[in-house]
Design a protein around this ligand. Structure first.
Ligand SMILES: Cc1cc2nc3c(=O)[nH]c(=O)nc-3n(C[C@H](O)[C@H](O)[C@H](O)COP(=O)(O)OP(=O)(O)OC[C@H]3O[C@@H](n4cnc5c(N)ncnc54)[C@H](O)[C@@H]3O)c2cc1C
Length: 483
């Protein structure tokens, strides 16, 4: 059978599962999936299929497994390191975005269960309307899907610990429910714990880049929606003092998700208040979200006392922003919308993220900034215009600090600039690995860079699990493979 006949046969088989309207080999449509939000690109697919239920995904995987056809899963396509390439030209592309329903918000049990293709913004809105809070990624929450976020961005702050259960379709089509709920006790209807009744298989599917199985449904524990927001914004001149502030903050409260500390470096400060160029200062924004004015005022007073004792200073401009932010529950949503347009406006991004153990931050962070500056000097020599630098970091918990030291270039049609930025992103990550770091993103080209750091034991465990679940290597092939 030639390639054309094979593709047609596959298309017909898939159409029997999802219906004609949700499967296509149309060249324009397929081309759209070869693009994504990154400079590294999407997937070259033979067929695109858009399932609507776990059962449909299971039937698709059974069919692909039987014919040993590669399958690449796609959520919102917002990966900053590109999509899995699979086997270019032969892939069945599983577009999960039709699976976007909220299945249950259990107000009494404080859980939400949703299909994995739902966008985080839609999930957040539904939870908020029901009086609950769910953490979402800072900027692109209208394009990041629940399944894509759980699979691909498993470092830093997220909803990893709140995730109780995932329903996963394994490469051979088997449906699995993880977590101590209906998966481990077939008589139980509700998810309520992650670890009872069996090992923590939920964790195994978080950060796998989608290579162990297709996530179709997720149950997450909820928190009450905080209606009151307070902020303290101060300036610091010494990185050492910022670090001490982070330590003392983390000693008192869990910074994630209701008491985040956002730290903006000199480049970011210059974007927010032009004119401060050359001044090495850090702007700290402590956000407190909670349920009563008294609770928030007390938190704010305590934080201000600590920050001032470490040399933090207030300015009239920052105090005015602080007052504006004491707006109420929807303040966070406004900030996220601001974030979305903000990054788009800066230019073509060289995303340079990091995740550093808090105890090594003081030693490592200046090296990352120095590395970026060296590369930007090279860019200038080549005639590329850097329009902005953006340094940001936040304690994701007591142990780790996540952030970025990005650079934004004036966008042009120059393919050389795009290649330069791609190299910059990859070389930067290789440098962070030399310093003993790992990136937070388990996706695209980053997966193989991370895999190159694995110890023999970890690598062997990963190979064993992958081979057991996917003996024919059909799901997201190529991910995590070192080249
Ligand atoms: C401008 C910008 C800013 C960002 N800011 C943040 C931020 O502040 N915080 C943050 O955490 N992240 C951030 N991200 C990264 C983003 O959250 C992650 O890349 C996330 O993984 C993207 O989700 P997605 O649905 O778009 O997944 P995709 O890009 O479609 O896929 C990512 C990976 O997940 C796999 N996958 C997708 N869906 C499933 C599924 N249902 N089952 C199994 N595997 C699946 C894919 O095969 C792929 O390997 C940012 C990205 C951009 C472009």
């Amino acid at each position: 059978m030639n390639t054309y006949d094979k593709q047609n046969m596959l298309k017909r088989a898939l159409a029997e599962v999802v219906g004609d309207q949700y499967v296509t080999t149309d060249k324009m449509t397929v081309f759209a999936y070869s693009q994504d939000a990154s400079l590294f690109g999407g997937t070259d697919a033979a067929v695109v299929v858009r399932p609507g239920s776990t059962e449909e995904v299971s039937k698709i995987m059974k069919c692909a497994y039987h014919h040993a056809v590669p399958v690449v899963v796609r959520g919102g396509g917002s990966s900053i390191y590109g999509q899995p390439k699979g086997i270019p030209g032969s892939n069945v592309l599983l577009d999960m975005t039709r699976m976007n329903k909220i299945l249950d918000i259990n107000k009494q049990g404080m859980t939400v269960c949703a299909q994995a293709g739902i966008m985080m913004g839609k999930l957040q809105q539904a939870c908020n309307q029901a009086g609950f809070y769910i953490f979402v990624p800072a900027a692109p929450f209208h394009t990041v899907s629940l399944g894509g976020w759980l699979s691909g961005a498993a470092g830093g702050g997220g909803i990893w610990w709140e995730t109780i259960s995932v329903t996963v379709v394994l490469p051979d089509g088997t449906i699995v429910k993880t977590g101590g709920g209906p998966g481990t006790n077939t008589r139980l209807k509700h998810h309520y714990s992650r670890v009872i009744g069996g090992p923590d298989f939920t964790g195994m599917f978080i950060g796998d880049g989608g290579s162990f199985g297709v996530k179709t449904e997720v149950a997450i524990r909820l928190l009450g929606l905080p209606h009151i927001t307070r902020a303290c914004i101060l300036e610091f001149l010494e990185l050492e003092h910022v670090l001490e502030l982070i330590r003392r903050h983390g000693e008192r409260v869990n910074p994630h998700p209701f008491d985040p500390l956002l730290v903006f470096g000199p480049g970011a400060t210059e974007i927010f208040s032009p004119g401060s160029e050359g001044v090495e200062k850090f702007t700290i924004m402590a956000i407190m979200q909670g349920h009563t004015e008294r609770e928030m005022d007390a938190k704010k007073d305590i934080f201000n006392d600590i920050a001032e004792s470490l040399g933090g200073t207030h300015t009239a401009e920052l105090d005015a922003i602080t007052d504006l932010m004491a707006g109420g529950g929807e303040a966070e949503e406004k900030m996220e919308m601001f974030g979305l347009s903000f990054f788009n406006g800066l230019g073509l991004a060289a995303w340079l993220p990091f995740n550093i153990p808090r105890v090594s931050f003081l030693e490592i962070y200046p090296k990352l900034v120095a590395w970026r500056e060296e590369r930007l000097a090279e860019a200038t020599k080549k005639g590329f215009e850097c329009r902005a630098r953006f340094e940001f970091f936040t304690p994701s918990d007591q142990c780790a600090v996540s952030g970025e030291v990005d650079a934004f270039f004036k966008d042009t049609d120059s393919p050389e600039l795009r290649e330069f930025i791609k190299d910059m992103i990859l070389d930067y990550q290789k440098y962070t690995h030399e310093l003993g770091l790992l990136d937070v993103y388990n996706q695209g080209v980053m997966s193989r860079l991370n895999a190159a750091c694995w110890s023999p034991g970890f690598k062997s465990l990963h190979t064993t699990v992958k081979k057991a679940l996917d003996p024919k290597g059909i799901l997201n092939p190529g991910l995590w493979v070192e080249t």
